[in-house]
Design a protein around this ligand. Structure first.
Ligand code: CU
Length: 141
């Protein structure tokens, strides 16, 4: 009957995981403001157009089937006006607070960025994705 001893342990472990899951809401990120980004083929949509400067957690929800990424570029250029060479934007010519890389289809990835006031573009720079519409803007006040 040795197996039986494990059952209460497993039940307790499952209950703990479920409780942890419930406690982890969108706003539970250590006090940083949260922005939800929805990525798919071929768009990036944010649930906020403007955020206050400081720590901002971006929760990138890839609802598409392809892998995507979310790169932040600090620039006053309009979202659809970046120069593209061979399907990609030259990220290195921009100031960037960072990015969330390699978000597989159907998964969610979060990262907290320190954002100074200004205008930012959020793009997916996997070849041709920007041109097909994976871009949006965020104003930090
Ligand atoms: Cu993409």
């Amino acid at each position: 009957m040795k197996r039986m001893k494990w059952i209460p342990v497993l039940v307790a472990a499952a209950a703990t995981l479920m409780l942890a899951g419930t406690a982890c809401g969108d706003d539970d990120n250590g006090g940083a403001l949260a922005v939800k980004a929805t990525l798919k083929e071929w768009s990036i949509a944010l649930n906020k157009a403007t955020v206050p400067a400081g720590q901002v957690t971006i929760r990138a929800d890839n609802q598409g089937t392809s892998e995507h990424e979310l790169i932040l570029l600090k620039t006053d250029i309009a979202p659809d006006k970046l120069h593209v060479d061979a399907g990609k934007v030259d990220e290195k010519q921009f100031e960037s607070p960072g990015e969330i890389e390699a978000i597989k289809g159907g998964t969610v990835a979060s990262r907290t960025f320190k954002l100074d006031p200004g205008h930012y573009l959020l793009i997916c720079n996997i070849a041709a994705h920007y041109e097909q519409g994976m871009r949006t803007e965020l104003t930090v006040q």
